[in-house]
Design a protein around this ligand. Structure first.
Ligand code: AOF
Ligand code: ZN
Length: 376
């Protein structure tokens, strides 16, 4: 039990505080632009057990980074303390000075890191700055969990495209809707709220024009207090058929709407009418009658989108799956039966999709939830 603020090295304590830092980082998911949402806790032990004396999460918009905020809160108490950071502290002079140097200047005794950073301005260099200054570094604590939370950032950095999460609501008999019937209630209220949390944490949400024409969805986050966290709404709409009266067009100035349409061949007056409502157009390549998805995703990532949700319909989901562009699959299964005339789900919830492994299962009221991540 040290009286100088230093925490005795202990795996269990490290895991506990790293888990707390990861939970903190979750707060700004979907709000930090192209920066990952990182969590930092400054913890010290003056003889009575560990106490958090500073906490920080990457600010909305991506700056300031997490560490200087946590250090500012800790003030002099940072000296001799342990810093838990969900990502290797940065080493570069960007719009803010390097966080690794800030940790050194504050006199932190030990740094416990979670995920490693693929950004070549940082990778390995952040930890090197700390070690050179005599700081004890423990890398990779709960690295998988930390990386899972910033999968959007990591995918965009390594693959130059957003992390793609497919979300499906499936009936007990494996259907996702009824042709020509618009939105069919499959899952209950708790699942609906859970989906809205997912939307709040995503940067963008994508659907095919067929889903818009059939369901007229809003695709916003409508949880009380989180309305401002709606993602960008993207519609795959080669011929720009999106109606100007669609619900999502009505509030396009609050939550952006991007229409991916053929660069050539869509009606100019339709396009102008949508643009007048605040809708933006992405020039997409159409190959063999279908969207060139890899190029489109690259374009979307270049505009700053790291985490993309694909909410349907079946054809769009299948297209993403066929192209190997899905990183995560989430399925909410409701107790209702739709019958044989229903639209079959591209994913059967009772077995793992090929090439994916199960990472989470939950119950939301009468619904069950499964989440799979692609085996890398
Ligand atoms: C940290 N703490 O909270 C975050 C980090 O454009 P800049 O200067 O903000 O740098 C962006 C890079 O900083 C980003 O690619 C990632 O490597 C790191 N993000 N680093 O120490 C943080 N958000
Ligand atoms: Zn930094």
């Amino acid at each position: 039990m040290a009286a100088d603020g230093r925490l005795p090295p202990d795996c269990e304590t490290d895991r506990r505080f790293m888990a707390a830092a990861i939970r903190l980082a979750r707060r700004h998911l979907g709000l930090t632009g192209t920066n990952p949402s990182v969590g930092t806790l400054i913890v010290r032990d003056d003889g009575d057990g560990p106490v958090i004396v500073g906490s920080g999460v990457t600010a909305v918009g991506g700056r300031p980074h997490a560490e200087p905020q946590a250090l500012a809160e800790a003030g002099d108490l940072a000296r001799g303390a342990t810093a838990y950071v969900t990502l290797e502290p940065c080493a570069h002079h960007g719009r803010t000075p390097p966080c690794a140097e800030a940790l050194v200047a504050a006199g932190v005794a030990r740094v416990v890191g979670g995920a490693s950073d693929p950004d070549e301005r940082v990778s390995g260099k952040g930890y090197a700055i700390l070690r050179r200054a005599g700081i004890e570094v423990t890398e990779g604590v709960m690295a998988e969990e930390a990386a899972d939370l910033m999968a959007g950032y990591l995918t965009r950095a390594s693959r130059k495209r957003p992390e793609v999460t497919v979300k499906l609501a499936v009936s007990r008999d494996g259907r996702i809707g009824l042709p020509g019937k618009g939105q069919v209630a499959i899952t209950g209220e708790i699942s609906r709220r859970q989906v809205h949390v997912m939307r709040a944490e995503a940067d963008a949400i994508l659907v095919g024009i067929g889903t818009v024409l059939a369901d007229d969805p809003e695709l916003t986050c409508r949880l009380p207090g989180l309305e401002a966290r709606s993602p960008i709404r993207i519609v795959l709409d080669a011929a720009a058929r999106l109606p100007t009266g669609a619900k999502m067009v009505k509030d396009a100035r609050e939550a952006p709407v991007w229409v991916a349409a053929a660069a050539e061949g869509c009606d100019r007056s339709r396009r102008a009418a949508l643009e007048a409502e605040g809708v933006e157009f992405l020039a997409a390549e159409i190959a063999d009658g279908g969207f060139a998805l890899p190029e489109l995703l690259e374009d979307i990532a270049a505009r700053g989108v790291s985490a993309l949700m694909v909410e349907g319909g079946a054809e769009t989901v299948c297209h993403f799956l066929d192209e190997g562009l899905v990183d995560r699959i989430t399925v909410f299964t409701g107790p209702v039966e739709i019958g044989r005339e229903g639209i079959p789900s591209p994913i059967a919830p009772e077995r793992a999709p090929e090439g994916f492994h199960l990472v989470r299962e939950a119950r939301y009221g009468e619904d069950s939830y499964s989440e799979w991540v692609r085996k890398s």
